[in-house]
Design a binder for this molecule. Structure first.
Ligand SMILES: CSCCC(=O)C(=O)COP(=O)(O)O
Ligand SMILES: [Mg+2]
Length: 261
């Protein structure tokens, strides 16, 4: 087995979800289709609720920001015209969500609505999150060795908690010291990693970030975070340059932690 020695200064392991702890197939074949199949009914059922109106408000503001993009779908406000008009607005929200998802956009607005929609499926036990088999044993081992373990995903913190709270391995939320999402910044921006370090109360070089996406790895590296790129079945391929530049692991079990002082 190839082993990657974790630098002695690392005290925090920061984990991506999709393609790192969890197969991309689970996200693309289970989580995302659930949204596409249920978004219209969800909006019709929950429209009057404050949470739903907040989600639609965020999506509408995002749609305004996106108006210059090809294929962008605007979301009009509901006028006084009554039910027919409401159905048109709901359809616009559905089309906007489907358009964003067709581009796999990671906007906070989309991710917030998705998290709220998954709540019913996870809490009713209709959906259980999947992790690669090395994930849970490795995280337990890291914690026993004194590491702090955090999650940083584009999925909303609420969605992350649903995922780790309702998995094929049971409720494993207690294994994590905290969660970050795009509210702290996007994963391809270095500033996000500086803010995460500030929020944890450590230096960026105390963090080791594990991700499948080299744009994220590059942003973290620019902020002086240690990174390893996780190669999992179903992940996007890497170029030869990326394979040379980054430390690669295929299992969390390949990380060799520094001996405790
Ligand atoms: C609870 S995470 C759901 C997956 C998701 O929506 C997503 O965008 C995953 O992005 P990641 O940053 O974890 O690769
Ligand atoms: Mg990922």
């Amino acid at each position: 087995m190839v082993v990657l020695s974790v630098p002695a200064e690392v005290t925090v392991i920061l984990l991506d979800i999709e393609g790192t702890t969890t197969p991309i197939a689970f996200v693309k074949d289970i989580l995302f289709p659930y949204i596409k199949e249920n978004v219209k009914e969800y909006l019709q059922t929950h429209w009057e609720e404050e949470e739903c109106q907040e989600d639609v408000g965020l999506l509408r503001r995002q749609a305004e920001e996106d108006s210059h993009l090809e294929g962008a779908v605007p979301i009009p406000a509901v006028s006084d015209n009554g039910a027919a008009d409401l159905q048109q607005v709901i359809q616009a929200v559905v089309d906007n969500v489907c358009w964003q998802m067709s581009l796999d956009r990671k906007t906070t607005a989309l991710k917030q609505l998705q998290g709220h929609m998954w709540r019913a499926a996870f809490t009713a036990g209709r959906m259980k999150a999947e992790f690669f088999e090395d994930v849970v044993p490795a995280v337990r081992k890291w914690r026993e060795a004194g590491m702090k373990v955090y999650i940083y995903s584009s999925g909303s913190v609420e969605a992350q908690k649903l995922l780790f709270g309702h998995s094929t391995e049971g409720d494993i939320l207690e294994l994590f010291d905290g969660h970050f999402d795009t509210k702290i910044g996007h994963k391809v921006e270095s500033e996000s990693y500086r803010k995460i370090a500030d929020s944890i109360g450590c230096s960026t070089n105390n963090i080791l970030f594990l991700t499948d996406v080299t744009l994220e790895a590059s942003a973290a590296e620019e902020a002086d975070v240690h990174v390893a790129v996780v190669v999992r079945p179903g992940n996007a391929g890497l170029t030869d340059d990326e394979k040379t530049h980054y430390s690669l692991i295929t299992s969390f079990g390949e990380l060799d932690l520094p001996a405790s002082p």
